[in-house]
Structure formats: C-alpha cells, structure tokens
Write a protein that binds this ligand. Structure first.
Ligand SMILES: [Fe+2]
Ligand SMILES: [Fe+2]
Length: 161
C-alpha cells in the first residue's frame, strides 16, 4: 500500500495531496473513537507541524509573488496553520497538566478548519503553484519539502514529549 502511494508521488503537489489523505485518515480515526487516545492527537500535531512548515518554507514563497490573490491566499493559509497548531497544542498541554477531559467541541472546530483548509489548498493553491512553477520545478521541490518536513517533525515531537 505504502509503495503504491509512493509510486504515484511525482512532485511536491502530489506529495502534499497524499499527505492530506493521511491527515484526513487521522481525523476520521479520532472522529470515530469512543474514547480519545492522546497519542493519536499528538501524532496529528506532529504530522501537521511537519507538513505546514514544509509548505511554508518550500511552496508558499514560490506562490506568493504570482499575483495579489496568491499573496492573500498564502497569508490566509498561514493564519490557518497557526490556528490549528496553537489549538491542538493547547489541548495537548492541558491534558498533560492532568486535565483528562477531551474537548470534543474544540476538536470539531479544528477538524472542520483543517478539512476546509486542505480542500482550499488542493483547488486554489495548486492552481497558483502550477502558474508559478514548471513541472520540473515542482519535481525538484519534492526533496527540499521532505527534508524540511522531517526537521520540523523532529522538533514538534520534542514539543509534545
Ligand atoms: Fe496548509
Ligand atoms: Fe497542506
């Protein structure tokens, strides 16, 4: 399964889309849980932090100069990254301070935000990225994306330890 997925990944956009599918799976797993498993919430945070920072370092700087619409879009997407990360981290930290209750309402809001965010990227952001970059450039961006992602995931893991 993993291999099949990797073979379909050709450039930074297909990588992003495949990671969005992973996030959608993680959200669905939490949605369906009767009792919360905190390691799932922490894994979601780490995955998102890696994904977001890779987008912000590798893709967004290329998309931003396309036009004023692209600039506004990137600003808006970064705000949503911050909102989702801050919200999730606050829940995790509260839990670590011995607050066992899971705030399903807050989680629901963040999950909705994330789902809409990913859809917006797959439509609007991808369109601007294809304007900004050639197929070769999209392919070449894959390695730096993954390098940044691993680095960011490592530091996010320390945050939730
Ligand atoms: Fe994003
Ligand atoms: Fe994304």
């Amino acid at each position: 399964m993993k291999k099949e997925r990797d073979e379909q990944v050709e450039n930074v956009l297909t990588e992003i889309e495949s990671e969005h599918d992973e996030v959608r799976d993680m959200l669905a797993k939490i949605d369906q849980a009767k009792r919360i498993t905190w390691s799932h919430v922490e894994a979601l945070y780490v995955t998102l932090k890696g994904h977001h920072e890779a987008e912000e370092h590798v893709l967004f700087p290329k998309v931003r100069p396309v036009d004023s619409q692209a600039e506004k879009l990137v600003e808006h997407l970064i705000e949503e990254h911050d909102e989702a990360e801050t919200g999730l981290l606050a829940m995790i930290e509260k839990h670590k301070k011995d607050e066992q209750k899971f705030d399903w309402e807050k989680y629901g809001e963040l999950a909705k935000l994330l789902r809409e965010h990913m859809e917006e990227e797959e439509s609007k952001l991808f369109k601007k990225a294809r304007k900004a970059m050639t197929e070769e450039e999209l392919k070449a961006a894959l390695d730096p994306f993954e390098t940044q992602e691993e680095k960011s995931k490592k530091s996010a893991k320390k945050e939730v330890k």
